[in-house]
Structures are given as structure tokens and as C-alpha cells.
Design a protein around this ligand. Sequence first.
Ligand SMILES: O=C[C@H](O)[C@H](O)COP(=O)(O)O
Ligand SMILES: C=C(OP(=O)(O)O)C(=O)O
Length: 449
Amino acid sequence: MSTVADPALAAGLDHFRTLQARQQPVWPDREALAAVAERLEQAAPLVVPAEADLLRDRLAAAGRGEAFLLQGGDCAETFADANATRIRNKIRTILQMAVILTHGASTPVVKMGRLAGQYAKPRSSDDEERDGVTLPAYRGDMVNGFDFTPESRVPNPERLEQAYRISAATANVVRAFTKGGFADLRQVHEWNRGFMRNPAYARYEATAEEIDRAIRFMHACGADFDALRTVEFFLSHEALILDYERALTRHDQRTGRAYDTSAHFLWIGERTRQLDGAHVDLLSRVANPIGVKLGPTTTPADALALVERLNPDNVPGRLTFITRMGAARVRDVLPTLVEAVTWSGASVTWVTDPMHGNTITSASGYKTRRFTDVLDEVAGFFEVHRSLGTVPGGLHMELTGDDVTEVLGGSEEISDEGLALRYETLVDPRLNHQQSLEMAFQVAKMLRD
Ligand SMILES: O=C[C@H](O)[C@H](O)COP(=O)(O)O
Ligand SMILES: C=C(OP(=O)(O)O)C(=O)O
């Protein structure tokens, strides 16, 4: 693997620079940006192409219903929270959910974090106003600071390099936790039993008991539990800041293709998926498995054009559509998209993001979501696929392993007044640890049904 020295390949990869790139920071110091990009171009990759290829195979399986994707993590990672405890809590939550979903789906669960690179956010407005003062909006720690001061809000390219370093450290911790004994199936199941001790979750006891019996059965059959001490865990983030993604793109001598080595899986957001835009162009030229978020205004023609542009060879697992329609729209809007893509013969893995179409402002002024709406969108996603005979391939969630209070409801009934207790997210609300497990139990039931 090397930086992209082949002039023709490099020229193609740089074509995005001639196109409109939405949601990019206005870097005041272009020379500093160029210097950072040059250093990142020489830096070690965060992931290797062979792992991205493996993930493509796993996503192809999810597209055929032979696996199920669980992709989750923060809305916006922060440099301050990239410590071992917070990372461990997120991994633990995803592993716990995965065990519950594996039981429900009776297929392997592909585990993927919004982790080690989810440091940039598209925003609805370029500015933020507080008490009559207007400053540039916070765009994620990769770009500027959250503090509401003119100095902190200036986009600083040094942050790209900081994001790279912190992502490398995070990826290292992720590998340690998922390849060491921490991921042991028996331990993960013990954590789930701990969750059941709270009377609020008594209604999930029967499922937990079934999983318990299945594990005892495996044990009795002589299953090699030591082989289950490690798990595959993939990294993903939104490919938003193109200078960062381009600088981490490498030429893979093995395949002759370019890979974005900032993560195994990159997705294009709802706000940057224009067919003639820079994001689609750059990601069309890398060989990683990629995703595109599709909101409620997506037309079948949009979806088909994206398929043609991003997966012209119709490679299974290359393209995932992550639909985020909102609970109120999913049953109306999703069927026509799935039908059109299915009729075209295109190979697409369908995943639901039940978070981004269900954002509301609570009476007390917090940006939040209702647990019931999130669940309802997942239910709608399953209903649509079941009625069309197509495959619901996975779940994309904003969640954290900590005990935050950002999403309304769940069995612990977080109320509007309760949001203020531990509302920590810098952009969008996440399910907390308990809500995430509860969601997994509910989705497992949908998978089983
Ligand atoms: O995570 C998604 C978007 O970045 C986020 O919803 C934008 O939030 P805003 O509408 O507050 O800018
Ligand atoms: C910005 C995001 O989502 P969307 O593009 O669907 O709004 C996100 O997932 O962080």
C-alpha cells in the first residue's frame, strides 16, 4: 500500500476538487491546510484494504439475509471523550446488543462502530446565534471547537491531524477490547443478565432466559468458547471533510485500487449525496464498502442514479442504503424506493437509521427524539421489507455506552424535565446504555417474528 503515486489514479481521485463540495469548512489558512494534508498523506493508514474487503463480504451477506448489520456510536465523537472508559462502554454496549440480535436473527451480526473518525458534522445552518451573538456553527472537533467564542469557532486544519491521531489511538483501543477476552460471549451475556436485574426490564426476561439456555446448550455440545473470545469489529464514519478523506486515500498494490484508509466503511450524508457533487465523486473512486443516507425526499430515480454511479459493476456489499425517513413517512416512502432498486436488479444492502428522521425539540427546548418514534421507524422498515419480500439488512443507531439523558422515554421513562440531568451530546441525541439494550431486545423480537 502506498500513497497514490500513479498520476492517472491520483488525477481521478482529485477530480472532486473541481465539483461543488457542500458542508465544507471555510479554512482561513489554506497554506496550513495544505501542510496538514501533506503530512496526512504520508501517515500510516488507520485500516488496511483487506479488512475493508472482508467487510464488503459481510455486508453482502447482510444484503442476502445471511447476516445483520449493527452500526452504532456517537452522533459526534469528541476529542475529550476519546478515553479508554468511554470507548470501552460503547464497545460493551454494541457487543451486548449484538448478542441479543444474533439470537433474534439466528444469523451472525456484523458489528460496526461510528467510531475512530466520526468527528465532523453537517449542519442545517452555517451560523449559530446565542443572545444576539452570531458565530460560525460547530462542525465537529475535526473542524472547530464547541466553545461559543470567536477563536474557538474558527476552522483550524491542525484539528484534522489531531482527529487522525486520536482516531489511531481509538482504533488501537478498539482492537485491544475486541481481540482480548473482553468480548468473550459468556462475559457479554453476564452483562445482559445484569441489565435484567432492573425491574423496569422484567418483560425481556424470557428472551434473556432463552439466550441463557442456548449458551448452556452450546456448552453441553462442547462448543469452543475460547474461539468466541474475539470478535470482528469494523470502523466507520461519515465521509464529510474531503481534504481529510482524500489525504488518507492509498493505492493498494494488491488490487490496483484506491482505498480510503480512514475507516473500513464510509457513508455519504443526506445533505451531501448530490449526484454531481464532490462527495459522490470521491467515494465513487475508492473501493471500500460505502453507504448513502436516504431521507424522505429521495425519489426512485435518485436511488437508481446513485446505484449506477457508485456501484456500476453491481458488486454485492459495495453499496448500502441507510434509510432515515422518520416514523411518520417510512411506510409511504420506502416501498417505492425498495421496489425500484429491486426491479433494477441492483445489489444493495438496506439498513435503517431510525434516528435522523425523528428529531424534535422538546417543550423545554432540548433537541431530542422519542424512543417510541425510533422503535416505530424500525418496525416500519421491517414491515416494508417483509411485505415486498426484500431483506432488512441492519440497524444504524446513534448511541452511547453511558448513562446520558438525551432521548425521551424507554422503560426508565426519561421525561422532558429529565433531559437536563445528563444531556451531554454536542449535536444530536443518543440512546443511552439502557435504552440501547432495550432497543436490541425489541428489534430481536422483530427479527424473530
Ligand atoms: O447528525 C446530523 C446532523 O449533523 C445534525 O442533525 C444537524 O443538526 P442541526 O440541524 O442542529 O445543524
Ligand atoms: C448527519 C447524519 O445523518 P444524515 O446525513 O442522515 O442527516 C449522521 O448520521 O450523523
